[in-house]
Design a protein around this ligand. Structure first.
Ligand code: HEM
Length: 413
């Protein structure tokens, strides 16, 4: 019998190096664990995590984002409930799906991907993380908002500081200070642009956020700013880590990489399976509004719950051979994997289900197509050792790749 004491702690170096064996011990021996350092009850089984996310009993709130995110972004839709939440979500959701996504934003996605790929396609090597994955989704959001494309690097720096702040479990004061400084800089940058767009609206997402009405009232400047700030973190870091993870998983399974290269309609399945196996968001918190029986015990009213997505997605009670990467696994359906009917929990479920899931899918589909076309004979760079980092969010530090370069076209005299 393994006691909770012999399971490595969530803040231990052992967990940080590879959380998956620890998740397995938690699922099996301690499915409801009181974790003193984060003052939260930890859930690791698929059914329990799904139940909290779907919250059909109305027992859980997202009030935890008041201390987790509000200090950096301000108050965002992640924290809201009920009508407040649904009206604001209805305002932003159309930009991230359907016609608007296909007709207005797909060209933005394609242009940004090609610009990044063109910068290294003739070189035969690339670090996919620093030269592509950390840049691409941020550049897309900056352009969707109609902000200055010359500010791409600046946004990349802000986004890095916000992500470090959110992952700062060790409470490093410098990281905390940089996160708060970023909040001030971002506000000083964006508020004048918001004022300008209110006066002279354009055809961009920021203008739409400024113009849109909720129950006859517009979003305040502060709300618009908070939402844009959230987009950088929620839409940037996640997609960035997902992309690098997908390529690492494919390269580790050459026959599946060859299948995707041959048949590009497999990309959504491969992406969904990669999200399941190596989710960029590993854990999410909730607040219990009343006593809840779950995981074989009781979470008391007022307590914080930590839902381990990384553990739930590998629960053998839900997925067969859960530790293997298999893009043809029967439990996954490439079509529903990006909807609130998803089988994996990497976008959560329920009312806060990722509003950008289809945008992420469009970005990753474009990225995989462009990158596979530009990188024949793709392989891991010689001697490369892949290191994952992060607790709340997790992804590769770098992904050095080599490939057969496509010769530069001759300049026309
Ligand atoms: C692979 C990429 C992505 C992953 C893994 C991911 C993951 C998640 C998760 C787990 C949540 C739920 C948080 C919770 O319930 O507490 C969420 C919510 C959200 N995501 Fe994503 N996300 C991704 C891409 C994006 C993109 C591209 C955008 C937009 C640019 C975006 C915007 C949002 C927003 C605004 C919310 C809050 C929704 C609400 O509260 O109703 N995400 N995401």
């Amino acid at each position: 019998m393994t006691s909770a004491h012999s399971i490595p702690d969530l803040l231990s170096p052992e967990f940080s190096a590879d959380p998956y064996p620890v998740y397995s011990l938690l699922r099996e021996h301690s499915p409801l664990l009181w974790h003193e350092p984060t003052s939260s009850y930890v859930l690791s089984r698929y059914e329990d995590v799904r139940r909290v996310f779907q919250d059909r009993e109305g027992a859980f709130s997202t009030d935890n984002y008041g201390w987790q995110l509000e200090p950096v972004h301000g108050r965002t839709i992640l924290q809201l409930d009920g009508r407040d939440h649904s009206t604001r979500r209805a305002l932003v959701a159309p930009a991230f799906r359907g016609r608007e996504l296909q007709e207005r934003f797909l060209p933005v996605i394609e242009r940004n991907s090609r610009t990044l790929v063109d910068a290294f396609r003739h070189e035969g090597r690339v670090d996919l993380v620093s030269q592509y994955a950390t840049r691409f989704p941020i550049n897309v959001i900056v352009d969707m908002l109609g902000l200055d494309q010359g500010d791409h690097d600046r946004f990349h720096d802000w986004y890095t500081a916000i992500i470090a702040f959110l992952g700062n479990l060790a409470q490093d004061p410098e990281v905390a200070a940089a996160g708060l400084r970023t909040r001030d800089e971002f506000e000083a940058y964006l508020l004048p642009v918001i004022a300008e767009r209110r006066e002279n609206p354009g055809d961009d997402l920021l203008s739409r956020l400024c113009q849109a009405e909720v129950d006859g009232t517009r979003m305040t400047d502060e709300e618009v700013k908070a939402f844009c700030s959230l987009l950088l973190a929620a839409g940037g870091e996640t997609t960035d880590k997902a992309l690098a993870g997908l390529f690492a998983n494919l390269i580790a399974h050459p026959e599946q990489l060859a299948a995707v290269r041959e048949d590009r309609s497999l990309v959504p399945r491969a992406f969904a399976e990669s999200l399941r196996l190596t989710p960029p968001v590993q854990m999410i918190m909730r607040q219990a509004g009343r006593d809840v029986e779950i995981g074989g015990g009781t979470v008391p009213a007022g307590a914080t719950v930590t839902c381990l997505i990384g553990a739930a997605n590998r629960d053998p009670a839900r997925f067969t051979e859960p530790d293997s990467f298999d893009l043809s696994r029967p439990e996954l359906d490439g079509a529903t994997s990006f909807s609130a009917a998803a089988e994996h929990l990497s976008f959560a479920l329920g009312r806060h289900f990722c509003v950008g899931a289809l945008l992420a899918e469009a970005e990753v589909r474009t990225a995989v197509n462009d990158l596979l076309d530009a990188m024949p004979n793709l392989r891991l760079a010689e001697g490369a050792e892949l290191v994952e980092q992060g607790l709340f969010t997790r992804g590769l530090r770098e992904l050095p790749l080599e490939f057969s370069p496509v010769p530069r076209p001759r300049a026309v005299p």
